[in-house]
Design a protein around this ligand. Structure first.
Ligand code: FES
Length: 131
């Protein structure tokens, strides 16, 4: 099962030209490395230019094979990395990736821009393989 976190590198801090996405990528990579086995799956972290959440910088997405996809906004590299690591741990354990807002850690309860179910084609493929 593959897991990935995608971070927008184009988002600008509100009212400034600073683009904090690369700093967030660095901090999150280091924090996940420090977490070690506490996060039971490897997450590939990559940058992308714009996920259409530009009014809510930084934007961060979680994806996993046959799992729901999340898009979070308002993520601050200075204060929110612990919540991102906590959600990586939680997401790794969720079979279909689905969880409600009250179950998400800290700021991620209120900063979810989208939760998209796993692609139907992936679910149908897994049912064919299982039968
Ligand atoms: S510039 Fe970051 S989501 Fe559009």
């Amino acid at each position: 099962m593959e897991h990935r976190i995608t971070i927008c590198t184009s988002c600008k801090h509100k009212g400034s030209t600073c683009r904090p996405g690369y700093e967030l990528i660095d901090r999150l990579r280091r924090a996940l490395a420090e977490a070690g086995d506490a996060v039971p799956e490897d997450f590939e972290i990559s940058g992308v230019a714009c996920m259409a959440g530009c009014d809510r910088p930084c934007t961060v997405a979680y994806h996993g094979t046959k799992k729901a996809t999340y898009l979070f906004g308002d993520i601050d590299p200075a204060t929110d990395v612990d919540d991102l690591v906590a959600f990586a741990r939680q997401y790794a354990y969720l079979q279909d990736g689905w969880c409600s807002s009250v179950d998400r850690p800290g700021k991620l309860r209120k900063s979810t821009l989208a939760r998209v179910p796993a692609a139907l084609i992936a679910i149908e493929e897994s049912e064919v393989l299982a039968s």
